[in-house]
Design a protein around this ligand. Structure first.
Ligand code: B12
Ligand code: SF4
Length: 530
């Protein structure tokens, strides 16, 4: 059978004028996963429109598979219509199709609701027998027996981070704005591979660098600990996403660092505690955000912090306060989002019931446009504030200010190089992307991540060894962090309101007089820079 699999791109990613690096970070892992279920004699290719735009007008495979995100839905439907007009069977699935299966079904012969691991092989059998169904709903959630991801179909040289990987699906939490509950409804919403299978998949990745795209790699502690233990000593350097409560959990982060964790995407989402309640981001409520960052930095882990603007508790001053706090904390990179109610989420249902959804132009549901009526400011203020936040956070002056919070010159330099590298050298990235040479920059990323944290990690180990040797009043690293946390709370003059995330000063300076924050679109645009 001849199969074409397509990840369509939103317009911005294909601009002839300028290509942001974030669209050339990760290969289409979902499609490569599905390709694993095909037979060795199937003739399959994967087209990722974010990095290539071959002519598809004459393409006539037996089956075309299209994976629309909300922002590429329009483009996906146009492609699907064109293939169907040529008599090609069109199969569509993934997040947006799961949110709105009827909308997608108008452009497809078969639609898939939910993850594809159970339904896709059934469909393939049906198709080969000449009896493909119209719709398949996933109910049986497991990653046991998952065939190897077809990484041979990925054009590695076109991506800065070809070694992206997911070893779990979903997340144990239930935030209102998140895609997760809608996508996984009808079955389990958080499950992992076996540790052995995950380690085997990691083993298949060449080079040193690995990027876990799991929503919450730390979500199952037993799994995470076994995974980190299995990775220790392999010489990998890796990045991932985790929640604030996982960072504060005693002992787990240390094991991750020993296994090579060097940068973590953390969904802080908001510095306003009321927002957290409203979005049911319970795992963030009352947490000491400053302690989270300090704990990561102390262990040599860079922070990619995610913030969402436009929640009901936000007022026009939220942008400056958030940015200024993030800089003072020495956060290396930040991604900002305008809150976006994705269809299928509880947030969307609430906004719709309140008559606050402005339109259904999915192209603009890209977390950069206001698509709902905010309560604490105008839509225009929200968009202006969002862009100002990016500008202010990534000004050289701000990067310098953030770097200068680091106690050691080497860490300051690394902060400058890493934060500046993402945002200040965009024209260079653009050149590399156009030349199809972006992979050449990977050694720089590996070097930054590799040396960062290595010293801290070994320093920590040798100081722990020394403490062990002294056997006198040694506190475990967990206790140390716990006591740092409480002394920090004292220093930051925390209000003691258990609902509020604490955002006190990191350096003993006056705490920023924040209202506190919620965390929203955690995984959206998980690029290094958003
Ligand atoms: C990596 C990533 C990116 C990367 C690259 C995407 C890529 N190359 O795949 C980059 C940085 C470019 C990116 C950009 C954006 N992203 Co993004 N991204 C992700 C992330 C973190 C992981 C995706 C992934 O690889 N998952 C792992 C694979 C295995 O799963 P999968 O792709 O979903 O595929 C499985 C199923 O969906 C299903 N399936 C998929 N297609 C099909 C088709 C068929 C026929 C079948 C049977 C099954 C099937 O089976 C697959 C195997 O299980 C997700 C979060 C998440 N957990 O999914 C957000 C996510 C997909 N992104 C999101 C958003 C909003 C964006 C941006 C708009 C952000 C922005 N402000 O710029 C842009 C726009 C992208 C676009 N083209 O339109 C949202 C999507 C919301 C929605 N309803 O569509 C998500 C869910 C984040 C979130 N929490 O809100 N993203
Ligand atoms: S926003 Fe993050 S923590 Fe919340 S449910 Fe989604 S993936 Fe989990």
């Amino acid at each position: 059978m001849r199969i074409t699999m397509i990840l369509p791109a939103l317009t911005e990613a294909t601009s002839p004028l300028f290509r942001p690096i974030k669209y050339s970070l990760f290969p289409p892992l979902g499609l490569a996963t599905l390709a694993g279920y095909l037979r060795p004699d199937d003739d399959v290719r994967i087209i990722d429109e974010h990095v290539e735009r071959p002519r598809l007008d004459d393409d006539r495979p037996d089956l075309v598979v299209i994976q629309p995100y909300i922002t590429s839905a329009r483009r996906s439907y146009r492609l699907a219509d064109a293939y169907r007009a040529r008599g090609v069977h069109v199969a569509m699935g993934g997040l947006h199709v799961t949110s709105l299966p009827e909308e997608a079904a108008a452009h497809a012969d078969t639609v898939f609701v939910g993850p594809g691991e159970d339904t896709w092989p059934v469909f393939l059998d049906d198709l080969r027998r000449g009896r493909p169904g119209r719709r398949y709903d996933s109910t049986n959630r497991t990653l046991v027996g998952l065939p190897p991801v077809r990484r041979d179909l990925i054009k590695r040289h076109r991506y800065l981070v070809p070694n992206s990987i997911v070893v779990s699906r979903g997340c144990p939490h239930h935030c209102d704005f998140c895609y997760k509950d809608a996508f996984f409804s009808g079955g389990r919403s958080f499950y992992t591979q076996t540790v052995d299978a995950a380690l085997a998949e990691i083993d298949r990745l060449p080079g040193r660098h690995v990027y876990f795209l799991d929503d919450h790699l730390f979500g199952n502690r037993r799994f995470a600990e076994a995974l980190f233990d299995g990775m220790t000593g392999l010489g990998r350097v890796w990045q991932a996403a985790g929640t604030v409560d996982a960072v504060l959990a005693p002992g787990l982060l240390e094991r991750a660092v020993d296994a090579g964790l060097r940068s973590l995407f953390v969904g802080f989402e908001t510095i306003n505690g009321d927002n957290l309640e409203q979005q049911r981001k319970r795992q963030n409520i009352g947490r000491d955000y400053s302690a989270v960052i300090r704990r990561l930095h102390d262990l040599g882990v860079m922070v990619n912090a995610s913030f969402v603007f436009g929640m009901d508790g936000d007022r026009p001053d939220v942008f400056d306060r958030t940015v200024s706090w993030a800089i003072d904390q020495g956060i290396e990179t930040a991604t900002f989002h305008i809150m976006t109610p994705y269809p299928g989420t509880k947030l969307y249902a609430r906004m719709e019931a309140q008559g606050r959804i402005l339109h259904h132009d999915w192209d603009l549901y890209d977390t950069r446009h206001t698509v709902f009526r905010p309560t604490g400011m105008t839509g225009r203020q929200l968009e202006d504030g969002y862009w100002r936040a990016y500008r202010e956070f990534y000004r050289w002056g701000s990067i310098w200010r953030g770097a200068s919070t680091k106690p050691v010159p080497r860490d300051r330099l690394r902060h400058l190089a890493y934060a500046g590298g993402w945002k200040k050298f965009e024209p260079l990235w653009d050149l590399l992307i156009r030349g199809g040479q972006v992979l050449h920059a990977l050694p720089l990323l590996e070097a930054a991540l590799g040396s960062f944290g290595a010293r801290r990690s070994s320093e920590r180990r040798s100081s722990e060894d020394r403490s062990d040797e002294r056997r006198s009043g040694a506190r475990s690293s967990d206790q140390r962090h716990a006591s740092e946390r409480s002394s920090d709370q004292r220093r930051s003059g925390s209000t003691g309101d258990a609902r509020q995330p604490q955002t006190g000063s990191r350096s003993g300076r006056e705490p920023v007089a924040f209202d506190h924050v919620v965390s929203g679109v955690t995984s959206a645009g998980r690029g290094a820079d958003g």
